[in-house]
Design a protein around this ligand. Structure first.
Ligand code: ADP
Length: 239
């Protein structure tokens, strides 16, 4: 029961959500200002200013992504399944792969997909949320794999389920961190050292979405060798 004597009627989670929401406005405004300065035809920026603005823009974009992630988790908007429909999961995986390809190429990471079947694999799910799942898994694999490494996606099906494996030969997850990896805000010790900007929210949201769509998610990982995330969903009954 909330404390009736407190004048503040918000829970801590709500306060966080409000504060983060307020952070989004200046970030969006910065984005607009940077964009205007970068594309000012009457007073084009010099090369050095352009370089600076581009770098500020990248930081700003990262901050926007983080703020959005936090908002999604705190509002639980991310895990509300809207209008499940029958979709070919292969199409969704290919689109998500396409969206992550640029980052893989910048990091010279080979990024491949291996389909064990040519038939469409139909599942009953919310397509936007499925995109979120695969984009997150692909971007994590790319992020936690050193330059020049490899990420591969394997799509397979049995009579009742589709199985997707996302494997990388990156930093892996230390044994001591494994049991917490799907917890909200949790980041493994090696990931915190390497990349200070993650939120530890992506996998928390991914797991909720997978489970709300009646799927399963697990992983196998060896530190300094690599990680495989395994996701499966029931196939929609054949027509
Ligand atoms: P973030 O990437 O923002 O830290 P996530 O919730 O997506 O948050 O991931 C949680 C943690 O799981 C990461 O911080 C990292 O420790 C670990 N992790 C996720 N994917 C991988 C991967 N492919 N390889 C190694 N560690 C991973």
């Amino acid at each position: 029961m909330p404390d009736e004597k407190t004048s503040n009627t918000h829970t801590p989670a709500e306060l966080l959500s409000i504060a983060v929401h307020q952070l989004r406005a200046p970030l969006t405004r910065n984005k607009w200002i940077i964009d205007t300065l970068l594309h000012d035809e009457e007073a084009p920026p010099s090369d050095s200013v352009k370089e600076l603005l581009t770098s500020i823009n990248e930081d700003n974009e990262r901050a926007i992504v983080m703020v959005n992630d936090i908002l999604k988790a705190s509002r639980e908007e991310a895990v509300t399944i809207e209008d499940p429909v029958i979709v070919n999961i292969v199409d969704i995986i290919e689109k998500a792969k396409h969206n992550a390809e640029y980052i893989a190429s910048v990091r010279t990471i080979s990024f491949t997909v291996d389909k064990k079947t040519d038939s469409p694999l139909l599942v009953l799910a919310d397509p936007r949320k499925l995109m979120y799942v695969f984009e997150n898994l692909f971007l994590n694999s790319i992020k936690y794999t050193p330059v020049g490494g490899s990420v591969s996606i394997r799509i397979d099906a049995d009579d009742t389920k589709v199985h997707v494996a996302v494997s990388d030969n990156g930093m892996g997850i230390p044994d001591a961190d494994k049991e917490f990896i799907f917890e909200k805000f949790y980041r493994a010790s090696n990931a915190r050292l390497m990349d200070t900007e993650g939120t530890g929210l992506g996998l928390f949201i991914v797991k909720q979405i997978v489970e709300k769509n009646k799927g399963d998610i697990s992983f196998e990982s060896t530190e300094n060798k690599g990680t495989t995330f395994l996701v499966s969903f029931p196939l929609a009954s054949r027509v």
